[in-house]
Design a protein. Structure first.
Length: 197
């Protein structure tokens, strides 16, 4: 069996559908549980809150770029969507759903396709901030479109605030701190599977 390069995606033809389902379910459950904890205090400012982006980020970093990245993004969006239905459905929720998928896909794309070294902290921070900015842009647009008192400045502040809270506070910081711990288990598992062939 040939070894997979570090930057090679597993989202190519012939991927196991159970892997995609497993990644989506894991992402959705982890993100939903994380949201229950981080959103409990409520909004920090006008349409700015705390969301545990680092949880899907860690999963995407492990499964690499491709269909599993999309599955992780969809899972996180569904996890958020289920909570939205429980809290009360709002008109902006479908736009937010798309934003999660786009944001998490941007994160995976940058980390595994653009960055020279996906294990480097600088690349991880840039990917985390870009992913959060992608999602926050959709959220800011929805806020501007559906909040009756929102103006363009409010929407822009929402984008900046959520990029900071999702991309840095609960994105890059915990991701960079937890990634080395998680990576050692992934590498150990890959060595064991190669050794058993």
């Amino acid at each position: 069996m040939t070894e997979r390069r570090v930057d090679e995606g597993v989202g190519d033809a012939g991927i196991d559908p159970l892997l995609l389902v497993g990644v989506g379910l894991t992402s959705g459950l982890a993100f939903a549980v994380g949201l229950l904890l981080t959103e409990a205090p409520g909004e920090l400012a006008l349409d700015v809150d705390l969301k545990p982006f680092f949880l899907p980020y860690l999963l995407i970093a492990v499964v690499r770029y491709g269909l599993p990245t999309l599955s992780a993004g969809l899972g996180a969006a569904i996890g958020e969507g289920v909570l939205d239905l429980v809290e009360g459905y709002e008109l902006d929720d479908p736009i937010g759903f798309i934003g999660y998928v786009v944001g998490f896909t941007i994160f995976g794309w940058y980390l595994h396709r653009v960055a020279a070294d996906p294990t480097g902290r600088r690349a991880q921070v840039i990917a985390a901030v870009l992913g959060a900015f992608g999602q926050a842009t959709f959220e800011g647009l929805a806020f501007f479109m559906f909040a009756t008192t929102a103006n363009p400045l409010d929407a822009a502040l929402s984008v900046v605030g959520n990029t900071v809270t999702h991309g840095v506070v609960l994105g890059a910081v915990p991701f960079v701190l937890l990634y080395p711990w998680l990576a050692q288990y992934v590498e150990r598992g890959e060595r064991n599977s190669v050794g058993s062939d």
